[in-house]
Design a protein. Sequence first.
Length: 65
Amino acid sequence: MNKDQLKGTAKDLGGKVQEEAGKLVGSNDQQIKGLAKQVEGKIQKGVGNAKEAIDDALDDAKGNS
């Protein structure tokens, strides 16, 4: 796991907590901010997944040379 995957996962989780807290207190603003944070986290995790896939492919290519 790379740092983008970790940060993305943490941001997604934080967004879920923020969204649920917003629901509990009846704050649409906090719910929206939580959902936005979840989207950011999923994107960041996706970037990390892509980086890892590229690194793995490069490692495989070097090993097969």
